[in-house]
Each structure stands twice: as C-alpha cells, then as structure tokens.
Design a protein around this ligand. Structure first.
Ligand SMILES: [Ca+2]
Length: 192
C-alpha cells in the first residue's frame, strides 16, 4: 500500500464512521421523534379530552341551569276562612247592601260579585253561589266557610243569613216577599 492508498483507506474509514454515526443519529432522531410524538399525543389526547370535557360540562351546565325565579310576593295574596263573628263584622261595615236593585243594571249577581270582591280584598275567603230555579231562571248569593259555624249562605242584597234546600222555594224558606215567578231551588253551585 503506498501513501495515497493509505490516505484513501483512512478517508474511507473516516467517511464510513461519519456516515454510520450520522445514520444512527438519524435513526435515533427518528425513533426519539416517534416515541416522543406518541407520548406527547397520548398525553395531549388525555389532557385535551379532560379540558374538552370540562368546557363541555361547564357550557352544558350553564345552558341547563336556569335559576328558579324569586317568588313575587306582590303577585299573590292569602285568603282565610273567617270566624262567624268576623263574617258578621265584615258584612256590617260593607255598604253593598245599601245599593238599589236595578233591573238590567245592578242585579243579584252584581250584589254577590261586589261583596265577594270586597271580602277577598280584606283577605276573607268568600264564595259565589249560583242557584238554579225552573225555566232557566236563577239567583246569585254568597257563602263563607266559617271556622266555627261551618258553611253560611248570605243574601248580599240584605246581608241576611239564608238556607238553601233543594226542592223548596227560596223566598218561602227564608221569609222573603214571594217571588214573581217560581223560585224552587233545583240545584246550586258554590264557586270559591
Ligand atoms: Ca271568591
């Protein structure tokens, strides 16, 4: 081997070594890249899933959560059944009975409606009572469910306590002036 051949051999070994190192380095790089990428992907996937879940949960929670509205105390009122004396006291101070019955203007239903509304404006529970007479005629009065004497019917035109008996004349059983037409009570409805 002469000098130039020796140089060529040394260069060849040197180059082969560099290429080997470079190649293995590249392989290492590839391997490292792939492993790192896989690990990074796996971790990122888990974290991404977790973050995505939290964001989804939060937005879903916000969309689904509707706060219950605060009760509006101004929109409701409480009615209570009066004692018999409270009912009498209310009727004594209520002036509806002083009004005049006027055909087609202020009739039995108007008396009943007005006393009912006045009672309930004072927190006293009051019912409208529809009485059915023969031939499509009828009458309207009111009622209170007193706590001590039970259900009491009141004729609001006179503030008088009355009784209702099916099959009997309303004016007769309550000692009123006889009605101009049949006022036999066929049935009645109590509307609270
Ligand atoms: Ca009522």
């Amino acid at each position: 081997m002469d000098y130039s051949q020796k140089i060529a051999a040394v260069l060849g070994i040197f180059l082969a070594t560099i290429m080997l190192c470079a190649g293995s380095g590249f392989l290492c790089y590839l391997h490292g890249y792939q492993t790192g990428q896989e690990a990074g992907f796996a971790q990122g996937h888990v974290q991404g899933k977790e973050i995505g879940y939290q964001i989804g949960y939060q937005s879903g929670y916000e969309a689904g959560y509707k706060p219950r509205p605060e009760p509006q105390v101004t929109e409701g009122f409480i009615l209570r059944n009066p004692t018999y004396q409270e009912m009498k006291a209310f009727l004594a101070q209520d002036v509806t009975n002083a009004k005049t019955y006027t055909k087609d203007e202020f009739v039995c239903t108007d008396f009943a409606a007005e006393v009912n509304n006045n009672a309930e404006a004072k927190g006293i529970r009051c019912a409208i009572v529809d009485i059915f007479y023969p031939d499509g005629y009828g009458h309207t009065i009111i009622a209170f469910e007193t706590v001590d004497k039970g259900l009491i019917f009141i004729e609001p035109q006179f503030d008088r306590e009355v009784t209702l008996t099916i099959g009997k004349s309303y004016s007769q059983i309550n000692n009123f002036t006889p009605a101009p037409r049949a006022d036999i009570i066929e049935r009645y409805l109590i509307i609270w």
